[in-house]
Design a protein around this ligand. Sequence first.
Ligand code: ADP
Ligand code: MG
Length: 285
Amino acid sequence: ATPTALMVGTGRGAKMGILIKNGEVLEEVNDVKTVVFDKTGTITKGKPEVTDIVGAEDVLSIASAMEESSEHPLAQAILDKAKEKSVAKFDVTQFKAIEGKGVSAKVNGQTAFVGNDKLLNDVEIKPEMKDQMIQLQNEAKTVVFVGLDNQIIGLIAIQDAPKETSKEAIATLKARGLKTVMLTGDNERVAKAIADEVGIDSVIADVLPSDKADHVKALQENGKVAFVGDGINDAPALTMADVGIAMGSGTDIAIESGGIVLMKNDLRDVAKALELSRKTFNRIK
Ligand code: ADP
Ligand code: MG
């Protein structure tokens, strides 16, 4: 394509809220075979809400005391619910965030944690609690355990609904012959339930933040990969991908790492970028 054609292409993108950093990025989009999506904040709204609380009375108050110091979207959901219910406040010391797993601290002097099963180590899950966990996860709800003194005292289920346009966006990409993949730190059952809702082909779940880029690399064996994400965690995967696509609502580091930024946070704009690339590079050859 001529420099003028490239300018026209990127200019058209900008008008639609699709910021394409340069002509090379626009060209790479044309060859993408697989589109990999982060889940939270990318496919879903990124506004999780607590839907179920199971277990002892203090579950929410203990969890929210710890989440006060966390910056994770799940923490916000727990804090919102605690505020709504005006739960008791507890003293928290020795707060620790454990990436991709949860948080731990001392609550009123007792060792406590909130997070997923990777955080449990030797702590045992009672059979009935495990059944409840599985049921909630099949309903596309993320389940976190709340523990005190090496015992699970309850569960909190959190739901983050898909964006209204995600399903249509995936269908369009698949109709054009692209493979779609979800890559997430969340549990496999939850991830599959959401992938089914929006029509994503394959799911890679339970991925630690530090491993996201490696999964992108492995997928590149089958051709060029676009990665779509929004978080701090996603920056290495955005950089590793042939085309990194960041949500405009994402963190600064995600936006800096992306070759394309979707200002409207609408996944339908992934297909629009593809179309723009095809038009730019097929017309003038
Ligand atoms: P994603 O890839 O969906 O953005 P993360 O890697 O940020 O996910 O987190 C993965 C999982 O780690 C969450 O689904 C949750 O189970 C657990 N987790 C992380 N941070 C917290 C927290 N502050 N409170 C509770 N659970 C957490
Ligand atoms: Mg995310």
